[in-house]
Design a protein around this ligand. Structure first.
Ligand SMILES: [Zn+2]
Ligand SMILES: [Zn+2]
Length: 272
């Protein structure tokens, strides 16, 4: 079963162009140098309808969903609760109303730490006593090692983001990791045999909670996916010039990029 992975955003937390910056990348005419906050959507045909799973809903989610023609969302997976990954959650409202006219809620898969932040920021959505009638029809579902959404297995891949453990996800022959400064030894075992890998690459200079380009390339080579795409990219890295210096099998991601992902047999039969 063929699915497609859409890069909704490939920028770092501040986005590119970065507000107030006049650097060469921020003023570049190359549209691939315009990066919204990091997120991807996995879409596959399931009988009559398309299934859509989004990883993270950052502050640009509304614009990204419009651009990618996302008209419903079956589930959201959250990597962690930093602003660039969660602040678009409220824009699930219209999608959640449309998708579940007969009741039901969009599951938001989140760790306990992420859930606590979501519940605090969006107390008008999650508080049991809320009287806000237009709240998103969503429900938090605890992350597990392995989860299933309409027949597709999502495997949680724990990684370190500074001193904080965050989640990456593997689905079919692809995996998505963002905001990573270290990959625990056990997690490499969850990343074997990949066709497609998404890894973060912030910039050249070291950062306490993000990978440099050099680190990302080293991980890409060790994991050995057929193709590795880079994301969570800051304005230090221009698309064209950086892409030219990457080894074979590693390339800069860009907003709007779509790659094919193979899901296991049996997916897409239209079963619930
Ligand atoms: Zn981030
Ligand atoms: Zn800049």
């Amino acid at each position: 079963m063929e699915a497609r992975l859409t890069f909704l955003g490939t920028g770092t937390s501040m986005g590119v162009p970065t507000l107030g910056c006049g650097c060469a990348v921020c003023t570049s005419a190359d549209t691939r140098d315009r990066r919204l906050r990091p997120s991807v959507a996995l879409r596959w045909q399931d009988g009559e309808r398309e299934r859509v799973v989004v990883i993270d809903t950052g502050p640009d989610f509304r614009e990204q969903a419009l651009r990618a023609q996302i008209r419903y969302v079956d589930a959201v997976f959250y990597t962690h609760a930093h602003a660039d990954h969660i602040l678009g959650m409220d824009d699930l409202r219209p999608l959640s109303f449309a998708a579940f006219r007969n009741g039901g809620r969009i599951p938001l898969y989140a760790s306990n730490e992420t859930a606590a932040v979501l519940e605090r920021i969006y107390d008008y959505t999650f508080a049991p006593a809320t009287t806000y009638t237009n709240r998103a029809k969503v429900e938090i579902v605890a992350l597990e090692d392995r989860m299933r959404v309409h027949g597709v297995e999502f495997v949680r891949v724990p990684v370190m983001h500074g001193s904080m453990e965050v989640s990456g996800f593997r689905f079919g022959d692809a995996a998505y990791l963002t905001d990573v400064s270290a990959i625990p030894e056990e997690s490499f075992g969850l990343l074997e045999g990949l066709e497609t890998l998404v890894l973060p690459s912030l910039r050249h200079t070291p950062h306490p909670s993000h990978a440099t380009l050099k680190q990302a390339i080293a991980w890409a080579e060790r994991i050995g996916a057929k193709q590795t795409w880079l994301t969570h990219i800051a304005h230090e890295l221009g698309h064209e010039e950086t892409n030219r210096m990457l080894p074979a099998g590693v390339a800069m991601g860009y907003d709007g990029l779509e790659v094919a992902v193979t899901l296991p047999d049996g997916v897409g039969q239209g079963a619930a």
